[in-house]
Design a protein around this ligand. Sequence first.
Ligand code: FAD
Length: 283
Amino acid sequence: MPEPLPAPPPDFARPTSLPEALRLLDRGSWRLLAGGTDLYPGAGAQLQGAVLDLTGVDGLAGITMDGDLRIGAATSWATIATSSLPPALHTLQAAARVVGGRQVQVAGTIGGNLCNASPAADGVPPLLVLDAEVELVSLSGTRRLRLADFLLGPRRTALQPGELLVAVVIPEQALQGCSAFVKLGARSHLVISIAMVAARLVVDQDRITGAAVAVGSCSAVAQRLPAVEAALIGAPVPSAAERVLGADVGAALSPIDDVRATAAYRHAAAVELVRRAVVEALA
Ligand SMILES: Cc1cc2nc3c(=O)[nH]c(=O)nc-3n(C[C@H](O)[C@H](O)[C@H](O)COP(=O)(O)OP(=O)(O)OC[C@H]3O[C@@H](n4cnc5c(N)ncnc54)[C@H](O)[C@@H]3O)c2cc1C
């Protein structure tokens, strides 16, 4: 009697708990699936390799606040858009409402947006102005990274084999202030950004005491604008727009020419979008 052949490795699994997902991830080579709105279009005609479907993992979706604000990696854009959140997060909620159309917002997740690491990911600039950190878990333990250190370049992150992104954490001190998000595309909806800007400002007695501004789609990874932030801090609210126009908006940016826009257009657009985002946040 010949030995029975070993069972082939599964090409699909849908774990229901985080420990089960981590055990599976540790044992095989998987493509992680959340909403699939980046994974499937990016795969072309056929998705190759084994798929680990995260949609059944208990506790991976949802928003909780206990000092810090924690957004589960599998939280959809629709949930973020419709949750009751402090004004500092209005920038993220405004972005959530313009990620694709309604179907994409229902299926697509914040974790997928970050792990896909597109320079045009609308979730990134709002999370940069919120000083967000990502929580990464593997069988070896948990680690936290600043979002700016997690995103290494187009389609490149600091995620290690065996690791899952489980949550985005916004520290309590970044939950202050008012915020806005402004996006420019070739049309008003269902469009990849030519440039987008997030701004979060803290105002005390009619003066700006805290400023965080970030631009996406104008560099390999979205960037905070330290020169603009420095120009805004201490400014009386009515002079904020003037301060933006006097600052070197392009200092941290390196836009490229591509099918959506030229570098020169992106640069000019970024200046105007920063002005609009600051004015909108203050309004
Ligand atoms: C028609 C259309 C329009 C779109 N418009 C926009 C837009 O306007 N703005 C925008 O920013 N994006 C847009 N997108 C892209 C996409 O919808 C978003 O980036 C979305 O947030 C991706 O989330 P997802 O759950 O679908 O990710 P998936 O496609 O499931 O996954 C994306 C990547 O992340 C990995 N991944 C997912 N979850 C985890 C996790 N927890 N841990 C580790 N790795 C993980 C996957 O393996 C994959 O590599 C659009 C997509 C489509 C199809």
